[in-house]
Design a protein around this ligand. Structure first.
Ligand code: NDP
Ligand code: 8X3
Length: 251
């Protein structure tokens, strides 16, 4: 029985991964803040695919809570095969002189520090069991920088660096590390970026076919399902209509 731990499983890419990994027979540890949503998703996939699913209600920024909910897991659940560091967000889209410093804190604390806190705990479990695969969800924003997005882009550039660093540090333990870097994916991401303004969020995906969360879950599954001697270091996955962070061919 294989085990996957997925952060940010209440929506978008994380939820699609929970679906796909449950379908593949993995038992799951799902982490997010919205309890009702997480429990509903867990029950649905557990019933549908007859797999065990544990839900952990935690904010990845809160290292004390995170440590408590993870460390109390039964020992056999700590033999995690796949960690998907997915929880993340963008808040605001403003030039550097106008950005909200609270938004900056939220992005850096979630996308960078939250990812680190989870990785510290789970990589120690992986080292103990001498197995594991860490998937870090980066972004095109970790490869390029676009106007008004400098702090989100900086946080994803940090994920890019951490992905490479983890691979170096965990090499002696045989732990695989993969970066999955999507372009525009239609999820709750833009609603969160625009702080609940659904109209504005919808316009982001107007006139072209953006990626869907399942496209990214599929790519993650491809990386995870390679033979033991093969590691996918880094995948950059774009909608066909998007050539770079800022260039989209809209009809
Ligand atoms: P969604 O907004 O749909 O999902 C984000 C998930 O992260 C939710 O489940 C949310 O759950 C969780 N989350 C956010 N903050 C926290 C936190 N502090 N603690 C725990 N969980 C948290 O967006 P996506 O699925 O699109 O985003 C997933 C990842 O993909 C992010 O890292 C994002 O940066 C990245 N990405 C997205 C792209 C896109 O275009 N959509 C493109 C490239 C990368 P809850 O609110 O319940 O805590
Ligand atoms: C999310 C994609 O282009 O909005 O990481 O930065 S983008």
């Amino acid at each position: 029985m294989k085990t996957a731990l997925i952060t940010g499983a209440t929506s978008g890419i994380g939820e699609a991964c929970a679906h796909l990994f449950a379908q593949q027979g993995y038992r799951l540890i799902l982490v997010a803040r919205r309890q009702d949503k997480l429990e509903k998703i867990a029950k649905h996939f557990a019933d549908k695919y007859a797999v065990e699913i544990k839900t952990l209600i935690a904010d990845v920024r809160d290292k004390a809570v995170l440590s408590t909910v993870l460390e109390v897991l039964p020992e056999e659940w700590k033999a995690v095969d796949v960690l998907i560091n997915n929880a993340g967000l963008s808040q605001g889209l403003e030039p550097i002189d106008k950005g909200d410093t609270d938004d900056w804190d939220t992005m850096i604390d979630t996308n960078v520090k939250g990812l680190l806190y989870v990785t510290k705990i789970v990589s120690n479990w992986m080292i103990k069991h001498q197995k594991g695969h860490i998937i870090n969800i980066g972004s095109i924003a970790g490869k390029e920088v676009y106007p008004n997005g400098s702090v989100y882009c900086a946080s994803k550039h940090a994920v890019d660096a951490l992905n490479k660093g983890m691979r170096l540090d965990l090499l002696p333990h045989g732990i695989k590390v993969t970066a999955i870097n999507p372009g525009m994916v239609e999820t709750e991401f833009s609603v969160v970026r625009f702080k609940g303004d659904e109209e504005k969020a919808k316009k982001v995906y107007d006139g072209f076919d953006p990626l869907q969360a399942i496209d990214i879950a599929d790519a993650i599954w491809f990386a995870v399902s390679r033979p033991a001697h093969v590691n996918i270091n880094d995948m950059l996955i774009m909608p066909t209509a998007q050539a770079s962070a800022g260039l989209v061919n809209r009809k």
